[in-house]
Ligand binder design. Structure first.
Ligand SMILES: Cc1ncc(COP(=O)(O)O)c(C=O)c1O
Length: 390
């Protein structure tokens, strides 16, 4: 081979820079919150997924400390060896009760949960139907599973139906997977219509509710509860604990049989060290807070309305989203990066630019996210900054 490793990689990195697709990390000091110390400077944060402001809640922090005192730090092994502790087990039972499913199974992250479920359930000859805008972890899971992949139009049950009708009925499995709330768009999947199509065509429906749990529905039970659906219509639910829960990890909820199947077959469950038990204790504390946080959800809803009203008055194109994710469509990647850069350096406001391949080509955006911990004055400050940049 003529090129060294570094020469080959440099060429690819250079290409990314030229296309405004190069990504850089910032360094955060102190806790996650609406006011962040970023690269040594105080900034107002509008891009985290800590939608209820629980990541630094004293109850969650105290539970983590108590958990570490009791269990130490590392789980020491995977769940199937001897890493499955009392704290993990209790959290699983509490999560199952929360979402109203028979059982729940903890994973170390949402990415791993999606990989685990889809590779355990599907293989060669099976079909996976996905919304075009599903999260990367669902797309990657499909590729790894070896199943035939088809993507239907975003949020379009009719397009799903067209794909379903073309499937040749045989003994093979068909799984439909969708985000509940789309991570980069903020809109909701039309779950009742998708569930209807799944039933009609004997397909299984899986919902990734990373951005709905904690935020939507009474007690924050998520997108299923928002639409009054249960596990008979959506037999596979994935939820994450690193977003509205302000903690870390993920879970899958479903029937006894589904969970036992995952324990036997989900490789991203079996071949990895269990979460630190103290983190499970922190998640238990945050689950209690989430259930009781209707006031925070009401405040979040009011802030969403305030931002949308203000943006409309300024003629800004916020995407059609009812949730805490309120993206401002820009289109061009370079322009999105420039806007994000100017917000940060001229106004000390952090809103990240989301570019392809995270979103489709030509749909770069500023992904604004709101938290119940924001104040009205902070939302107004964002609006004033966006106005100044116009
Ligand atoms: C829709 C969706 N699913 C899954 C994940 C992955 O979850 P985790 O961050 O816990 O790996 C994310 C975000 O990261 C997400 O937005």
């Amino acid at each position: 081979m003529s090129q060294s490793l570094d020469e080959a990689l440099q060429a690819a990195l250079q290409q990314r820079r030229e296309q405004s697709l190069y990504r850089r990390r910032h360094i955060v000091d102190g806790p996650q919150g609406v006011c962040l110390q970023l690269d040594g400077k105080a900034v107002l944060n509008f891009c985290s997924n800590d939608y209820l402001g629980l990541a630094q809640h004293p109850d969650v922090v105290a539970a983590l400390k108590r958990g570490a005192d009791r269990y130490g730090v590392g789980a020491g092994a995977s769940h199937l060896i001897n890493g499955h502790g009392r704290a993990h087990h209790a959290l699983e039972e509490e999560l199952a009760d929360f979402v109203g499913g028979p059982r729940a199974l903890l994973f170390s992250s949402g990415y791993l949960a999606n990989l685990g479920v889809i590779t355990a359930l599907l293989g060669k000859g099976d079909t996976l139907l996905q919304d075009r805008l599903n999260h990367a972890s669902l797309i990657d899971a499909g590729r790894l599973s070896g199943a035939r992949l088809q993507r239907y139009l975003h949020g379009d049950a009719q397009s799903l139906d067209t794909h379903l009708q073309k499937l040749v009925h045989n003994q093979h499995r068909t799984l439909i997977a969708t985000d509940g709330v789309f991570s980069m768009d903020g809109d909701l999947a039309p779950l009742p219509a998708l569930a209807g199509r799944a039933r009609q065509h004997h397909a299984w429906l899986m919902v990734d509710d990373a951005h709905g749990l904690g935020v939507l529905g009474p007690q924050g039970r998520g997108t299923l509860d928002h639409f009054q659906l249960d596990d008979s219509q959506v037999p596979i639910l994935m939820g994450t604990l690193g977003k509205a829960f302000g903690s870390f990890g993920a879970f899958v909820a479903g029937s006894e049989t589904l969970i036992e199947t995952l324990i036997q077959q989900a490789r991203s469950y079996i071949y990895t060290t269990a979460l630190p038990p103290a983190v499970a204790e922190a998640s238990r504390a945050s689950l209690n807070l989430v259930r009781a946080a209707d006031d925070r959800r009401e405040k979040l809803a009011a802030l969403i309305q305030r931002l949308r009203r203000g943006a409309q008055q300024l003629g800004l194109k916020l995407m059609a989203s009812p949730t805490a994710i309120q993206p401002l469509l820009v289109g061009d990647s370079q322009q999105a990066v420039t806007l994000s850069h100017r917000l940060l350096h001229e106004h000390q406001i952090m809103v990240s630019a989301i570019r392809p391949p995270t979103v489709p080509a030509g749909s770069a955006r500023l992904r604004i996210t709101l938290s119940a911990a924001h104040s009205e004055a902070q939302v107004d400050r964002l609006l004033a900054a966006l106005e100044a940049l116009q």
